[in-house]
Design a binder for this molecule. Structure first.
Ligand code: SF4
Length: 261
């Protein structure tokens, strides 16, 4: 497959009607599934691709994205594991940008787990209101603070099993914290961008985020898992947007079975 040198982007039937004779047959609308790409690689072929070939393609995708986004990193501002855990809980159904607007004041007022544990619920709600779902999020933060104080001496634990049972924390949030606060590659964070790109690139054909994660983990060595997710998120934001992917200027077009060029 031809490999154009990547540029650094820095820091994304008609139905027949008997009553309407001589109607002109409409042109077929090209779907991503049919369109394939310049090298003729299709989603059907991606489904039949061997494990070794897919791993090889995933490695090339990783390298090109790394060249395009050399500064790729977690977009949530934080200075320690607790701040990242809190920011990730707030990022559910909210943009990272909005979370980063809210967290400086939040982190000043609640510098430790004990502060969240002791905070009045109404006060927490007011502080996180603009991130949406604020009642649930405030409740999670208070419960999180209490659980950390009662079970972990106020510290954020470093294992998936301990993290994912904390209030407001699921596998995705635990992966974010383990990978970015502790540099532990436990899994691949699968958010909406990662899921979309995985499917378009023919790396996973699953819908369930945990199954997508399993597929992605099988394609690259463990030490790449955290960055793998950041790179896919950056590319999803910059080029492979949900509604209008910019395939013509995508450095993955010759590797992508969904390329529309
Ligand atoms: S933008 Fe790139 S990754 Fe996304 S569908 Fe187009 S060619 Fe594939």
């Amino acid at each position: 497959m031809p490999a154009a040198p990547p540029k650094s982007r820095g820091k994304a039937a008609a139905g027949k009607s008997a009553a309407k004779p001589a109607a002109k047959r409409p042109a077929k609308i090209p779907s991503r599934r049919r369109a394939g790409n310049a090298s003729g690689f299709t989603l059907a072929q991606a489904r039949r691709e061997s494990r070794a070939a897919k791993q090889n393609r995933a490695g090339t995708i990783f390298d090109r994205l790394h060249a395009a986004y050399p500064d790729s990193h977690c977009a949530l501002d934080h200075r320690n594991p607790l701040e990242l855990l809190v920011a990730t809980i707030l990022s559910a159904q909210c943009t990272d940008k909005r979370v980063n607007e809210v967290t400086p004041a939040l982190f000043r007022r609640y510098p430790e787990a004990a502060a969240y544990a002791a905070a009045p619920l109404g006060e927490l709600e007011e502080m996180v209101k603009s991130t949406g779902f604020f009642r649930n999020k405030a409740k999670s933060l208070q419960g999180l603070g209490r659980a950390l104080v009662e079970k972990h001496g106020g510290e954020v634990p470093r294992t998936m099993d301990e993290l994912r049972v904390l209030p407001g924390v699921g596998r995705k949030t635990a992966n974010v914290v383990l990978g970015n606060a502790f540099q532990i590659n436990e899994g691949v964070v699968v958010d909406t961008h990662v899921r979309r790109l995985s499917r378009r690139l023919g790396l996973s054909f699953e819908d369930d985020p945990e199954k997508v994660e399993r597929d992605l983990m099988a394609l690259l060595p463990r030490e790449r898992w955290t960055l793998w997710s950041h790179l896919l998120i950056d590319h999803g934001r910059a080029i492979c947007a949900a509604r209008k992917p910019e395939c013509a200027r995508c450095e993955l077009a010759d590797l992508c079975p969904s390329a529309e060029i």
